[in-house]
Design a protein around this ligand. Structure first.
Ligand code: COA
Length: 292
């Protein structure tokens, strides 16, 4: 391990005023310039960064999103290519580890990040696959029997938010209610499936750049997940992306048959060998990779 490079200033908290520099940094690493996404992350979570000593904006970023006191997601870990390999990634992650306290930290790691995270005590607990393409809703929309049973409807915050958050905390194992409250304004649509008078699944679709992202998706079974994704993408005139957890192999095959190709995979990693609470068998798709 190299000592921290003294030519860089300390890690500082980022605000919305840093948005243009975050976008420049993303572009430097060939990530899209996703302003809406960064704005949500910086408003809802805590962004940290290191200023570039050459006055050229930010040298590195990371965003911590807390879910109550139990768990927290780490995302948007970026170091400008001209400063790579100088210990900034390690310094940013150490900062976040200290900030997070007792919360269980998790993240989705690219191949670039995985080696660094392993060195800092993260362990792989799963795989998340990004599927991208034009979604073919088909003639048999939900791809199976019982379509009437699983039809979804638009969710309304006043009517559904409390029940949606109650289901989510059961599945996710940590309190995402702050984020889910924002989801209604952020997403184009939030939909729910009901059975026996209760919500058994929900999903959202939101735009970033020229893509429609589908997530989060929580569903009690594959049929519910298929209904949600089909209804959320029915009139989409653009390519969609869904980040689906690898344990849902049958759904992944179904998505492949509907035109969504594998775009990338990331390792789902948890810090310190801990096990995340909740019933993750019902967690079908991430909100986005930075949020889990
Ligand atoms: C991942 C990333 C943030 C790392 O930042 P960095 O500042 O270059 O990383 P550091 O210099 O702090 O390296 C940290 C450690 O990881 C190790 N490491 C990083 N990449 C490595 C590689 N390809 N092979 C072996 N070790 C590697 C370094 O050797 C270093 O170990 P050490 O501190 O024990 O010497 C940077 O490469 C990046 O922005 N990549 C593109 C965006 C991305 O994929 N982000 C990750 C999202 S999950």
């Amino acid at each position: 391990m190299k000592p921290a490079d003294p030519s860089f200033p300390p890690v500082r908290r980022l605000g919305l005023g840093d948005l243009p520099h975050c976008l420049d940094l993303a572009q430097d690493r060939s990530w899209p310039r996703e302003e809406r996404k960064w704005r949500l992350l910086l408003e809802n979570g805590e962004g940290f960064g290191i200023d570039a000593p050459d006055g050229g904006g930010l040298a590195g970023t990371v965003v911590l999103t807390r879910y109550g006191r139990t768990a927290a997601a780490v995302g948007m870990m970026l170091v400008a290519s001209r400063y790579s390999g100088r210990g900034l990634g390690r310094r940013l992650m150490n900062h976040v580890l200290a900030e997070a306290g007792d919360a269980t930290l998790f993240l989705c790691a690219t191949e670039y990040g995985r080696l660094l995270y392993e060195k800092l005590g993260f362990e792989t607990a799963g795989v998340v696959e990004a599927r991208v393409g034009r979604f073919d809703t088909g003639d048999d929309p939900y791809g199976g029997p019982g379509t009437g049973r699983t039809a979804s409807r638009l969710a309304e915050p006043a009517r559904d938010l409390a029940a949606l958050c109650a289901l989510d905390v059961e599945v996710f194992g940590a309190d995402r209610s702050r984020l889910l409250t924002r989801l209604f304004a952020f997403a184009e649509q939030v939909r729910v499936v009901e059975r026996g008078g209760g919500i058994t699944g929900y999903g959202a679709a939101w735009r970033s750049g020229d893509r429609l992202f589908v997530g989060p998706v929580v569903a009690e079974d594959d049929e519910t997940a298929r209904a949600l994704v089909t209804d959320l993408t029915r009139d989409a005139d653009v390519r969609i992306r869904i980040d689906i957890h690898h344990r849902h192999q049958e759904l992944i095959s179904w998505f492949a048959g509907r035109g969504l190709a594998q775009a990338s995979t990331t390792a789902f990693m948890v810090h310190g060998g801990r096990v995340l609470p909740g019933d993750r068998s019902r967690l079908v798709a991430s909100f986005m990779s930075a949020l889990g």
